[in-house]
Design a protein around this ligand. Sequence first.
Ligand SMILES: [Zn+2]
Length: 80
Amino acid sequence: MGIENLAVLNRPNGEVEFSCPECHGIATPNDGVADKEQLAYLLVCSKCRIILGQWPTAQERAQDLKVFAEKAKRELSDRP
Ligand SMILES: [Zn+2]
């Protein structure tokens, strides 16, 4: 559970966006997908549809992505 595979795109406005490491498609949330009759909150690639992350609740997904984005922004701003 959690982020499995995710690349980060840096935007000119300082925001970050998540993308697929395979095809660079934009990562999009996909709610309530049935996986063996169990609901899961996913993050999937909008192009190749691979699963980039999976969480038991939407809240945990939002929290994980927020932390991931903040960490990515810090790393980008640390670069010379
Ligand atoms: Zn992809």
